[in-house]
Write a protein that binds this ligand. Sequence first.
Ligand SMILES: [Zn+2]
Length: 195
Amino acid sequence: MFLIPESFWEIKKTKSKGRGVFAMKPIGQGSLIGDYVGKLVHLNDVDFDKEKKKLYLMYYNDEFGIYPNLKKPSVHLINHSCSPNCWIIRYKDHTIVFALKNIDKGDELTISYLLPPKMNCKPCSHKCFCKSKSCTGSMHLTEGGYKKWQDFQDKEKKKGKYKKINNENILKPLAKYPKTISKSYILKINNLKIM
Ligand SMILES: [Zn+2]
């Protein structure tokens, strides 16, 4: 689900990446874009060869992914980039998408899919067409980048209590969301230099 008002975003076709989400108004750094609500599935239960839905499987943690409701346009339509202008933060056991940078009107909103290194992905359908200067041609993180992200997640996890989750859990919208994401979290993400 989107957390920014409808007047701020639109869904448009892109040249090589299917649909994408575009800003209709400037979006300030730290603004909340959306919440990745949906069904939690254990990654061991996902048939990565067969399921089409897997394309929209969102990172939740090392064990679980989130399947969104595909009937509604939402943050699952945000494409991957090697130089993303959005990122995620864990908030009350949810995965919240926020603006990592100031986003101009007309810009495509992009995120890193934070996919683990390529090793087990053959044939790999995660080619990247973001065309940014730092494009690696793949949506997979490098081993070093993935390790950095995992270590960061572990550190964040230690600070807060995470609820136990199981396969049937549905992430429903929260009653309340923070207004913006703190500058210190944004700084931490930028300093990680994952991408
Ligand atoms: Zn790229």
